[in-house]
Structures are given as structure tokens and as C-alpha cells.
Design a protein around this ligand. Structure first.
Ligand code: S3P
Length: 434
């Protein structure tokens, strides 16, 4: 079907650009859609997840299109201006898309039905419907609290103060977005910091947003003025290239214009502690986000124990860290990762099963895994369970395995990293469609 396989590579070289940041792309479209006037977005990730959010926002009344120069134009409807879509919204594989949009519509007097693919339909939504109910929205779905769910937005939303029970930027952002069309101040209390792209983009679009200690306060009913955005390359996507270069002898690559927001760079810190030769060049700020070019050379890696409090800043990067760990001397201990079990797949269980099938020595914990240096046999067909990061991680493991590694379904990579196979092969990898 859509199998992809990866075999031993000699070296990765060159200057590479990876697609735009997924988190910032979703947020750029959403903020443009509720601003007044035209926002232009360059560098938007054109993966299925983000295109799904663009389609949903169009169905909610925004005018969104791409021009011949790949610039996205968004004509927003203004806060409070969303209209009821004529059909249910298909959010595909995207947890970020559905959770953020549920927040946005929860304080508009419209009814919207959301659904998604098999992976998204098994993910917990109560974590957003609980706080959004407190604004006055109502939700109709099943007892498990999973999609499909129909949201009836509040007519007269009430501002809330909400302490996050899980370290989740998606939940934080859903509450903040609901606060946009709510009179008064909506407060989110976040004891464990998570990615702050929403805080940054709210300020960039002129929403009065204050951070006091662990509290984020958003003033409702501000008039958002259209703004232009340049989306940096996604550090989570860059991570696959970075680990590939670190484990493939004689590699030397530079990845241009990558987001290095400190709330996202836990993997880079970990890889540097493991002995990775990674340097940040040309550091700068663009549209409220930190950006740099990242220079990586092949390195001898040693295992580490990853501090548990680093998890939110690298939550999407544990699958690819497992690949680095299988190539690092000693053992790498990853704990405090309960959230990994409710991502696009149960990433602890799926990684452990796939690593074992490829001959990697790994121990599963309830909240993580310990991976040891291994003679990576490969030769397996790994099940990806509709999880893009699982697919890309195992293809990177194949760059340094005895026999090729195959993933059962590579099509899911399109959700976040369109052009992955060609880009990797141009840099020197050996990926092929089976
Ligand atoms: C995201 C937050 C994270 C991350 C996801 C994107 C975001 O999810 O895993 O890929 O854009 O806010 P959680 O908030 O569920 O941790």
C-alpha cells in the first residue's frame, strides 16, 4: 500500500529547509480568521492537519486562499463574526486543529459538529470540553468523551479562571481562544509551562494578554487588527534531520530558519548533553518567535537520563529521541511521559513494540521507556497506527540498521511533513516506496 522503507545511508549533507511550524501555522490561520482585514502568511505548513484547519475556518466564514507566490491570504470575520457551517467539520488526524477550534467556537452562538479519523476519534476531548462548558458552551457526543462531538457555543459566555489539570498547550490555547469572544478577563493557571505560541501570537495580533507568574490573563472583545506572519520552520520536523545527521557518519547539515522558542527546544538540549555537535547560528526574532539556523555534525552519543520537567518542551520528540538513544552508548532513560499515551497513537507502546521488532533493547515503563545502545538489526515492518512521528522516527532508525526498516503506512507523514521522502533523499538518505 503506502509502505516506505529506509536503508543504511553513508552521509547527510547540505543546507536544508524543512516545512513550517505546525503549532504556529494553525494559530496564524485562526488569528487571521478572527481579525479585521487581510493577514498574509508566508511559510505556512501545507500539511494535511493545517489545511484541515484552513478548510474548517473557511466553513466558519473566513476567506482563505494561497496566491502564486505561496503566500496565504486570510480575510478575517472579526471576533464574534464566525458563522455556522453548513456541514460537519472533518479535522482528520489533528488534535491541535480540533481542540483549538472547539475553543474558538465555544463562545460563538453557533452549532458545529467536529469529527476526525480513527486516531483522532480515540483521543480524549474531555480535557477541552470541561473548561469550555464553564463558559456556557454545551457538548453532545458519546460517553467516552471522544469525537464526533457537536458544540453549541454560549450565547452569553462567562469569563472563567481555569487551572490546567494536564500540561497541555492545546487545552491552554482552547481556553484562551474561548476568552477572545467573552467579556472580561479569562485566566488560565499553568503550573507546568507548555509551549507559549498562543501567548506570543495573541500579543502580536494586539490581544491584551498578561503573564503574571503562572497565570495568563486574556482580555475579551479586543479588536484584532490583521497582521502579516512569517512562520518559522518546525523544530519538531527539524528533529528528524538532526538525529539523522548525528547518527550517520560524516554527516554535516545546516537547517535554515528553525523556530527555537525555548518552550520547544528540550530535544536539542538533550542531544547536546548526549554529546551532539549542534550549534545555533544567526539567531534572530521574527513575528514574536525566536529563530536560528541549526548546524549539526555526526557525533558519538552517550545515553542520559532526561529530566522529567523537560517533557513539555520536547513532548513530540520522544520517538525520535529513542532513535538517537539506540545509537548512544549506555542507556537513555525517559520518564514522566504519561501524555505520550494519548498522542496520535500510544507512543510508548508503539515505540517499544517497533524498537523490539528492529532488535533495539528497550524497557517499557508505565510513564516512559529506557533504551540501550543496540546492534540495530532492522528487517521489520513497523506498524505506525496513523502516527506521522512514529513513521518518520522508524525511517530514521533505518539509516543506521543492518537490514532495511519498513513502515506499514507512510502516507500519514503528509499530516505534518509534506515532501519528507524527497527532502531526506536529497540530503543523502535512502528512503524508497515499497
Ligand atoms: C501542540 C501541543 C502539544 C503537541 C502538539 C501541538 C500545540 O499537544 O503534542 O503536537 O500546538 O498546542 P498537547 O497540548 O496535547 O501536549
Amino acid at each position: 500500500m503506502n509502505q516506505l522503507s529506509s536503508s543504511k545511508a553513508t552521509a547527510l549533507n547540505g543546507t536544508i529547509t524543512v516545512p513550517g511550524d505546525k503549532s504556529i501555522s494553525h494559530r496564524s490561520l485562526i488569528m487571521g480568521a478572527v481579525s479585521v482585514g487581510e493577514s498574509l502568511v508566508s511559510g505556512l505548513l501545507e500539511g494535511e492537519d493545517v489545511l484541515g484547519t484552513a478548510d474548517a475556518l473557511k466553513a466558519l466564514g473566513a476567506d482563505i486562499y494561497k496566491d502564486d507566490e505561496n503566500i496565504w491570504h486570510i480575510h478575517g470575520v472579526g471576533i464574534g463574526g464566525l458563522r455556522e457551517p453548513s456541514a460537519p467539520l472533518d479535522m482528520g488526524n489533528s488534535g491541535t486543529g480540533v481542540r483549538l477550534l472547539m475553543g474558538l467556537v465555544a463562545t460563538h452562538p453557533i452549532t458545529v459538529k467536529f469529527y476526525g479519523d480513527e486516531s483522532l476519534s480515540s483521543r480524549p476531548m474531555k480535557r477541552v470540553t470541561d473548561p469550555l462548558s464553564q463558559f456556557g458552551a454545551t457538548f453532545n457526543g458519546n460517553e467516552k468523551g471522544t469525537l464526533p462531538i457537536t458544540v453549541s457555543g454560549a450565547e452569553m459566555p462567562l469569563a472563567i479562571t481555569y487551572e490546567l489539570p494536564v500540561a497541555s498547550a492545546q487545552v491552554k490555547s482552547a481556553v484562551m481562544l474561548a476568552g477572545l469572544n467573552t467579556a472580561g478577563t479569562t485566566t488560565v493557571i499553568e503550573k507546568i509551562p507548555t509551549r507559549d505560541h498562543s501567548e506570543r501570537i495573541f500579543k502580536y495580533f494586539g490581544v491584551p494578554t498578561e503573564q503574571e507568574g503562572d497565570q495568563i490573563k486574556v482580555s475579551g472583545h479586543a479588536e484584532l487588527k490583521a497582521k502579516n506572519m512569517a512562520v518559522p520552520a518546525d523544530p519538531s520536523s527539524a528533529s528528524f534531520l538532526i538525529v539523522a545527521a548525528l547518527i550517520t557518519p560524516e554527516s554535516d547539515i545546516t537547517i535554515k530558519n528553525v523556530g527555537i522558542n525555548p518552550a520547544r527546544t528540550g530535544l536539542f538540549a538533550t542531544l547536546i548533553e548526549m554529546g551532539g555537535d549542534i550549534t545555533f547560528e544567526n539567531k534572530r526574532e521574527e513575528c514574536g518567535e525566536d529563530v536560528a539556523d541549526i548546524h549539526v555534525k555526526y557525533s558519538q552519543l552517550s545515553g542520559v537520563t532526561v529530566p522529567e520537567n523537560r517533557a513539555p518542551s520536547m513532548i513530540d520528540e520522544y520517538p525520535i529521541l529513542c532513535v538517537a538513544a539506540a545509537n548512544a552508548s549506555g542507556e537513555t532513560v525517559m520518564r514522566g511521559l504519561g501524555e505520550l499515551r494519548v498522542k496520535e497513537s500510544d507512543r510508548i507502546s508503539v515505540m517499544v513494540t517497533g524498537l523490539k521488532a528492529c532488535g533495539v533493547s528497550v524497557i517499557e515503563h508505565e510513564d516512559g521507556m529506557t533504551v540501550s545502545k543496540s546492534n540495530i538489526q532492522g528487517g521489520a515492518i513497523v506498524k505506525t497506527h496513523l502516527d506521522h512521528r512514529i513513521a518518520m522516527s522508524f525511517l530514521m532508525l533505518g539509516l543506521n540498521s543492518e537490514k532495511p526498516i519498513t513502515v506499514d503506512d507512510g502516507s500519514v507523514i503528509e499530516t505534518s511533513f509534506p515532501g519528507f521522502v524527497d527532502l531526506l533523499n536529497k540530503a543523502g538518505a535512502n528512503l524508497c516506496r515499497v
